[in-house]
Design a protein around this ligand. Structure first.
Ligand code: EPZ
Length: 431
């Protein structure tokens, strides 16, 4: 059954999912627009004055809703037409973000760069940390200061301002931070002169942002050496762009197909965006084929072989797929290891998987995963977005019933995951 587009959610959040596991998934689904591309390209509208930005393939997610509310609170008029979102920007934007909205999502930090560049000032409550570690924005602030911003933090609120325009300059990122790269690219777009940012993040979401900046008239040159060159402009014009497919959502469903020994197709993927995952799946003996923008997962008589993984910035193995991969390796036929090098603490899901019969031990930043024959259904709790996804795919493969609580984390990043899984034959129910 071809899944097609879902109706948009009204965002009453069902907080529990019941899964009857052990059913091989079968069928075809299509990826959503990428959450982590949509959030920065939506913030691009804050670079406009009296112009319009139109974005296609925007996913229907809780975090997207939070960004829409945040942009509306700054004066942007927003029209949602299925997966197309139109942002009509006034001549004068507001520049203070409420605590309530800022604390809901770390990506609210992405309004800093464009607002400061366009309005000359911004007040933003510091984004909260979360269960995967502290989420500082020191690299964002350091780069903005280098561009001439005056920044002080009072009572947990960032107050940034600049006299006149930000100044273009050469910036070296101490770490290829995705968010810092995005914030500084947007800040550079209206700065005086040229900005060169080196050691940038190279995730596909950065290419998407570069395209969206170009569509409003900003000359952006991504350089193969891990740098970007941006010429600041005086005024950006209206533009129309689209959001790339969600590579992390795709990996989640790929691993669900592998874990349930199913036969599924996932349409609208970009194979090069998931090279690292496909390489590890091949190494572990999973059966799949990739044709153009479709990946097909085949049933296999053999269990996965154990593998060793270290998460790295792109193009390395993505930290956002680490929990889901751990779930898949928990029923491989040997001992696998996963080293988490991007975040401080991204293993909270392990104790929940162990409640399902997995055998995962954490030693500092390494998970040692001793494969077991089968997982058993259990009551588990999602601690964060990708941990929740890992528990759901584990529940699909487990024998018996799994109850996943705190689904509110999962709705942040997985559009209609219940409907998509049902279309693949899974027995899932929201309670
Ligand atoms: C983005 O977060 C993604 N979120 C994350 O996805 C993803 O895990 C992460 O990039 C890495 O790929 C969005 O795009 C909305 P970072 P971001 O800045 O920008 C440290 C998901 O599940 N750091 O590359 O916050 C930071 O603490 C989410 O979809 C600083 O120390 O990631 C972390 O250890 C989770 N100072 C590391 O760098 C800074 O100023 C990577 O952070 C910025 C970051």
């Amino acid at each position: 059954m071809n899944f097609g587009k879902i109706e948009r959610r009204s965002f009453e959040i069902e907080n529990t999912m019941k899964i009857n596991g052990g059913i091989p998934l079968k069928g075809t689904i299509k990826t959503q627009g990428a959450k982590n591309a949509a959030l920065p390209v939506m913030a691009v509208c804050l670079l406009l004055k009296g112009e319009t930005l139109t974005l296609d393939n925007v996913p229907d997610l809780y975090d997207i809703n939070t960004m829409i509310e945040t942009l509306k609170s700054l004066g942007v008029e927003i029209e949602v037409k299925n997966s197309q979102v139109v942002f009509k920007v006034p001549d004068e934007l507001k520049w203070e973000v409420s605590e309530n909205l800022a604390r809901k999502m770390r990506a609210s930090s992405l309004v800093l760069g464009p607002l400061l560049a366009n309005c000359g000032k911004v007040s933003l409550p510091l984004p909260g940390g979360c269960s995967i570690g502290s989420r500082p924005i020191d690299l964002h602030l350091k780069g903005l200061k280098q561009m001439g911003a005056y920044i002080e933090i009072q009572n947990g609120v960032v107050h940034a301002s600049v006299k006149g325009k930000l100044r273009g300059r050469r910036i070296y990122l101490d770490f290829p931070s995705v968010g810092a790269t995005e914030n500084l690219m947007m800040a550079a777009s209206l700065a005086q002169g040229e900005t060169i940012i080196e050691n940038i993040a190279r995730e596909p979401e950065i290419d998407n942002l570069a395209d969206t900046l170009r569509c409003i008239g900003v000359p952006v040159e991504l350089e193969g050496t891990g740098g970007v060159r941006i010429q600041g402009i005086d005024k950006a014009h209206s533009g129309h762009d689209k959001v790339i497919p969600d590579r992390i959502e795709a990996c989640t469903y790929i691993l669900a197909g592998v874990m349930t020994n199913g036969h599924i197709k996932i349409e609208d993927i970009v194979p090069s965006h998931i090279d690292a995952i496909l390489a590890k799946l091949e190494e572990s003996g999973a059966k799949f084929s990739v044709k153009k923008n479709v990946i097909e997962i085949f049933p296999s008589k053999k269990k996965l072989h154990p593998v060793s993984i270290k998460t790295m910035p792109y193009p390395g193995f993505p930290t956002d797929s680490q929990p889901q991969m751990a779930a898949a390796l928990s029923i491989a036929k040997g001992v696998s290891t996963i080293e988490e090098s991007v975040f401080q603490a991204r293993f909270l899901y392990a104790q929940e998987l162990n409640r399902m019969g997995a055998d995962i031990k954490i030693s500092r930043d390494v998970a040692i995963i001793r494969g077991v024959d089968k997982l058993q259904g259990a009551n588990v709790k999602a601690s964060d977005l990708r941990a929740g996804a890992a528990l759901i795919i584990a529940g699909l493969a487990a024998q018996g019933e799994t109850i996943v609580d705190d689904m509110v984390h999962v709705w942040r990043g997985y559009e209609a995951i219940d409907k998509k899984l049902k279309s693949l034959g899974a027995q899932v129910e929201l309670l």
